[in-house]
Write a protein that binds this ligand. Structure first.
Ligand code: PMP
Length: 444
């Protein structure tokens, strides 16, 4: 669609009235430079901007658009729901169905509350954990992002990593004092902290598989996955494990990353374990603003009005959002995960081949169907490694891809997102752009 207003015009107007011209920092293209395309429509795997350009999308609105954009069944469900009313601020059937669907699909979730973003979900989960334990300290890992919750911005991933910020101004010293940041995957550091301060710790929060410093596969040691280790270490000290599956949920596998490293998953042996609380977002809203947190019934029972932990939302459980989420989950059957897995593997191979041919050092890391490309040779085990990649090579690669009609996340610290609409024909379009982009990355 060619409008009369260009992205350049829109960006300059936006900068007058919106800080940096955007409503979420990475969108400003601050680390890669240039003007972000202003998007006007999207269908399937394709995006259209105000300047009349078409792109193959590898962002997928950062995760929700797992069935592709404007998926017919999702759009129809939202249209139908809209005709029945936009918001009631009262219980409605869709929120029951969506909670049932999540409880049914994700074993550790016995009860669930819907909120409006991943940020709200992690913020609320922390509150429940602190109330349940009567303790204040939260442990997080460097490079993990859990939304813009005060307590969780220290050494965070996503935009905080993209712009190399240590955290955020405006967070009180008291809040920062209650957050301990450890290197991801470092069992000795976790054990040392618990040995010293175990009785003060309310919870460990971790991304089920980090994906906001690029994708880091949770490390296994002696047959015990990192998440299980965290759960056992926390429980031994009377603390909780909050597993953040806002990004990995319903994407890494049908049961999120827990479907990959949880008990009963292929190749996983040994003890039964589960996170106490889990957080979700993105996919369960199908593109509308939704988050959720859930877990053990005794913990979720602490929420008001039955319990003492206050948490609420004017638009929580909104009928359009639950309709979009339900229609999206309905589309996520075994066949859909086959397609996602296949598209993800094919794309990884195409990128690896192109970068190898051009002689560009790179590492591709995955967590189920989720993956990212690091511009460095060595594996990335944590945030220090992720920061050591060649972000300038990424920037050259990114612009050449954009020029060729492929829309990547505008940051070297983000996962790439495929959808069930990434058909072999769509992947061919990406393949045709990759050699030039890899050559651009190589021209250091
Ligand atoms: N947790 C994780 C793991 C995320 O990836 C994100 C968003 N990228 C969030 C929390 C925050 O979600 P939201 O942007 O919806 O607040």
């Amino acid at each position: 669609m060619t409008g009369t207003i260009s992205s350049t015009d829109l960006f300059s107007r936006a900068q007058q009235v919106i800080p940096s011209g955007v409503n979420s920092p990475v969108r400003a293209f601050g680390s890669v430079g240039g003007t972000p395309p202003f998007l006007t429509s999207a269908k399937g795997a394709l995006l259209h901007d105000a300047d009349g350009n078409e792109y193959v999308d590898l962002v997928g609105s950062w995760g929700p658009m797992i069935l592709g954009h404007a998926h017919d069944a999702v759009v129809e469900a939202v249209r139908e729901a809209a005709g029945r009313g936009l918001s009631f601020g009262a219980p409605q059937p869709g929120e029951v169905s969506l909670a049932e669907e999540v409880v049914h699909r994700i074993r550790p979730v016995e009860q669930l509350r819907l909120v409006n973003s991943g940020t709200e979900a992690t913020m609320s989960a922390l509150r429940v954990a602190r109330a349940a334990t009567g303790r204040d300290v939260i442990v997080k890992f460097a490079g993990c992002y859990h939304g813009h919750v005060d307590a969780l911005l220290a050494e965070a991933g996503s935009g905080v990593a993209t712009f190399a910020m240590p955290g955020s101004a405006g967070v009180t010293a008291a809040t920062a004092r209650d957050t301990v940041v450890l290197p991801y995957g470092d069992r000795a550091a976790v054990q040392a902290l618990f040995a010293e301060r175990g009785s003060e710790i309310a919870a460990i929060i971790t991304e089920a598989a980090p994906a906001n410093m690029g994708v880091v596969t949770p490390p296994e040691q002696d047959g015990i996955g990192f998440n299980r280790f965290l759960s056992e270490t926390a429980h031994a000290a009377g603390a909780l494990l909050i597993s953040d599956e806002v990004l990995t949920g319903f994407r890494a596998s049908a049961e999120g990353y827990y479907g990959i490293d949880g008990p009963g998953a292929a190749g996983v042996t040994g003890a039964d374990w589960a996170p106490d609380l889990m957080t979700f977002g993105k996919v369960i809203g199908g593109g509308l603003p939704v988050g959720a947190f859930g877990g053990r019934e005794d913990l979720m029972g602490l929420l008001a009005p039955a319990g003492p932990v206050y948490q609420a939302g004017t638009l929580s459980g909104n009928p359009l959002a639950t309709a979009a989420g339900l229609a999206t989950l309905a589309g996520l059957d075994a066949a859909a995960y086959e397609i996602l897995g296949s598209a993800s593997r094919t794309l990884q191979q195409l990128v690896a081949d192109a970068l190898t041919t051009a002689g560009v050092p790179h590492t591709i890391q995955r967590a189920g169907t989720l993956f990212s490309v690091f511009f460095r040779e060595e594996p990335v085990l944590g945030y220090q490694d992720a920061k050591a990649q060649d972000t300038e090579a990424f920037t050259r690669f990114f612009h050449a891809m954009l020029e060729g009609g492929v829309y990547l996340p505008p940051s070297a610290f983000e996962a790439w997102f495929v959808s069930t609409a990434h058909t072999p024909e769509v992947l061919d379009r990406i393949a045709s752009v990759l050699p030039a982009a890899a050559a651009a990355a190589a021209r250091g």
